[in-house]
Design a protein around this ligand. Structure first.
Ligand code: ADP
Ligand code: MG
Length: 704
């Protein structure tokens, strides 16, 4: 298949002339299956190659002055090549063309030995200096060329360097791109129409790809990059806006009644005064809940900020309007705890509360579901078991999702308000203690309104955090023993439940070690995900009531667990946990009026591990930690980005492309206001590409 007109964008990479079956396999491994994939495989950088000159031209360029220099490139045959010993060991070669000879010198480059031989034809480029009547290139870049095949002197160019693998060197990719680029780009239509591009100084799609792969100068790469990055941001924003539009215009939620009497009725149930911060976010929320436009709100607030009562407020508002509310927690332990504390606050009221988790027996589950569908249950608390198909509410008005970072993004809308009614959905409140850096909140979560609790409830003592090496763990346990004797309680967190080969402390062995050693005579218990619900509940109750002094636990206690008297958090192998996790774990203490202490026991084995321990030890501020997390891990790993299943950006980078993101948001909003379903000829290609990239992850199938 040497006829280039036969190339299609969806042609298999194996059909590209020059790509054999073996190479095709290497391409496929690198994710390049088709010609279109190849075109989308962009250079990660460009090497500036100087234009070639003959030796005589080079001599003229530099001029006659001794010591004058210039950057240039020459090609010719190697006539001498030898290492030179002495005060300045070096490798020297002579390169000759029809017009003269130059000296090539490499200092401190022992690897040059044996690489060049007389008779080879090479191209050499770099800083060139005049010494009397000869020219010397110092440490030049060089490559072997085939004088038969490669006859034309090379122009200045920016040579693309592609992300490569051992089986697939950048030169091979470059050659394949050379073969297909022109014919393929001729087939590539633009989904942005010309006037739109003109107004924003964006190059056409095909031109952009040409400028990325074969730029004439640096400006072209910037120009092209801007278009391609903008494209990605725009696609995602349009997707998000379509969803938002759909929810706002075609779906509705029950409008809830709110007045002072209801407010008083609800807040009288809370054992404390709401803080100003909590009041503010409740007001923001109520403004949504009182309308039939479905709320889609993210409530962020650091660990211990008091998000639960805000959620409970919304839920009780639903109940006051004779509707139902649901609260979904990421773990059974947390669901159980929410259930217990909400039952406490509502003791003696006629609100019916139930708990639904995976450990319910089939018969219990069946009867619970029936009462739920009949509207007999007011508040349902549970785990992701709430999302299974058979859970049907009689008239759900408020759905709260706690600690969102544990759930995938598109799980959130699946709670249905009523059986058989596709257009009524509940108001949704998503809570997180892992703040989303602003940059990300505008992309993946662009359809959420955000409320933030900025201050912790009053009377909290700041937590002291210390990093200790493993060798000093004994001192830590001795201190824990002392504070337990004075009435304190502790969490001791280890990475695994069972003994493993990795030499990590595990719950069972560590519990045994502590109770026979440093914490002898103290009341210890294990807490982890393999205990049954009854066992966990019993232990948590005893711990809360002060009958247990310390829990040796896994990260099941990571989120939400709330025992104000527990003031010590010891995290073993702390470098093995993620930043958000460490922050969450530490958030289990510092909840009462007593001074709290968090100790990170770690001998970090990796740089990232050390950076995480250092970050946690240096600040208590969750927002700061989220930014550090972004620095250490990069945005791909962050909250939601991974679970969301959204296609990662190839070109766009945040926060670098913040300006483009703003422009994309503004444009997407206008676009969707004008053509909410992307109907018609003009947007057909855009729609097709949007559905292909984000259709599944954003659930656009039934919308656009
Ligand atoms: P988080 O935001 O981490 O979910 P919680 O809702 O669990 O925080 O609240 C943490 C602790 O603060 C709980 O013990 C809760 O009872 C308490 N709390 C919440 N709001 C207030 C308040 N306004 N005044 C005093 N204590 C509060
Ligand atoms: Mg919480």
């Amino acid at each position: 298949m040497t006829d280039q007109t036969a190339i299609a964008l969806n042609s298999n990479i194996a059909e590209v002339p020059g790509v054999g079956t073996k190479r095709a396999e290497a391409f496929r491994k690198a994710g390049i299956r088709s010609v279109a994939d190849l075109i989308r495989h962009l250079p990660s950088r460009w090497e500036h190659e100087l234009p070639e000159q003959t030796v005589a031209e080079a001599s003229e360029t530099i001029g006659p002055l001794h010591g004058a220099e210039a950057n240039l490139a020459v090609r010719g045959e190697i006539t001498t090549a030898r290492p030179v010993r002495g005060r300045q060991p070096r490798f020297e070669a002579t390169l000759q063309d029809d017009t003269g000879a130059v000296l090539l010198t490499w200092f401190n480059s022992p690897w040059m030995k044996g690489r060049l031989h007389p008779g080879m034809c090479i191209r050499a480029a770099g800083k060139t200096k005049r010494y009397g009547d000869y020219l010397q290139l110092v440490n030049p870049a060089w490559e072997i060329i085939d004088p038969e095949a490669d006859t034309a002197a090379r122009e200045e160019r920016y040579r693309p360097i592609y992300p490569a693998t051992e089986d697939l060197p950048t030169k091979v990719i470059e050659a394949a791109v050379d073969t297909v680029l022109e014919p393929a780009l001729a087939l590539l239509d633009d989904h942005l129409h010309e006037q739109y591009r003109k107004d924003r100084a964006l190059p056409a799609l095909a031109d952009s790809y040409r400028m990325m792969h074969r730029p004439a100068d640096e400006d072209e790469t910037k120009h092209a990059r801007r278009r391609l990055a903008f494209d990605e941001l725009l696609m995602l924003q349009i997707g998000v806006m379509i969803k938002r539009h759909h929810r706002r215009e075609t779906l509705s939620a029950p409008a809830l009644t709110h007045n002072d009497a209801i407010d008083k009725h609800i807040t009288d149930r809370f054992p404390f005064e709401l803080t100003e911060s909590q009041r503010e976010v409740i007001n923001e929320m109520v403004a949504d809940l009182a309308t039939s436009r479905p709320m889609n709100r993210l409530l962020q607030g650091d660990v211990g900020a008091g998000k639960t009562v805000v959620a409970l407020y919304a839920m009780l508002l639903a109940v006051a309007s004779r509707h139902q509310a649901a609260l979904m927690a990421p773990t059974e332990l947390l669901a159980e705890q929410h259930f217990a504390s909400i039952c406490d606050m509502l003791a003696g009221s006629n609100v019916t509360i139930e708990l639904l988790t995976g450990s319910l027996k089939p018969a219990q589950r069946k009867s619970l579901l029936k009462r739920l569908a009949d509207g007999e249950i007011d508040l349902l608390i549970g785990t992701h078991a709430l999302l299974t198909e058979h859970v049907e509410f009689g008239n759900l008005a408020v759905a709260v999702i706690d600690e969102q970072h544990r759930f995938g993004v598109h799980q959130r809308a699946t709670l249905r308000a009523k059986a058989g009614d596709e257009t009524t959905i509940p108001h949704t409140l998503v809570m997180t203690a892992t703040p989303i850096p602003r940059t990300l909140s505008l992309t993946v979560f662009g359809d959420l309104d955000i409320s933030t609790i900025r201050r912790l409830p009053p009377g909290r003592q700041p937590i002291t955090t210390r990093h200790m090496p493993q060798a000093r763990a004994g001192e830590v346990y001795a201190h824990v023993a002392e504070r337990i004797a004075a009435g304190g309680q502790a969490y001791i967190v280890v990475p695994v439940i069972d003994e493993s080969e990795m030499g990590l402390k595990d719950v069972n062995t560590h519990l045994e070690f502590l109770s026979n050693g440093p914490l002898h005579g103290r009341r210890l218990a294990a807490m982890h995900g393999r205990l049954t619900r009854d066992e966990r509940e019993a232990i948590m109750r005893q711990f809360r009531e002060g009958q247990i002094d310390a829990l040796v636990a896994t990260t099941v206690i990571e989120v939400g667990v709330d025992v104000p008297n527990a003031t010590m958090m010891i995290i073993e192998h702390a470098d093995r946990f993620g930043l958000a996790q460490l922050h969450q774990l530490r958030g289990r203490i510092g909840r009462g009026a007593k001074k709290s202490l968090c100790v990170l026991i770690a001998d970090p084995a990796t740089e990232d591990g050390a950076a995480r321990v250092e970050a946690i030890a240096s600040t208590n501020d969750g927002f700061e930690i989220a930014e550090k997390d972004l620095e250490i891990r990069g945005p791909g790993e962050l909250f939601g980005a991974k679970q969301s299943g959204l296609a990662p950006f190839r070109v766009a980078e945040l926060p670098r492309d913040m300006e483009l993101l703003r422009m994309a948001r503004r444009d997407a909003a206008e676009w969707i206001a004008e053509n909410p379903t992307l109907a018609g000829e003009r947007d057909a290609l855009l729609k097709k590409r949007l559905l292909k990239t984000h259709g599944e992850a954003l659930g656009l199938g039934d919308v656009a």
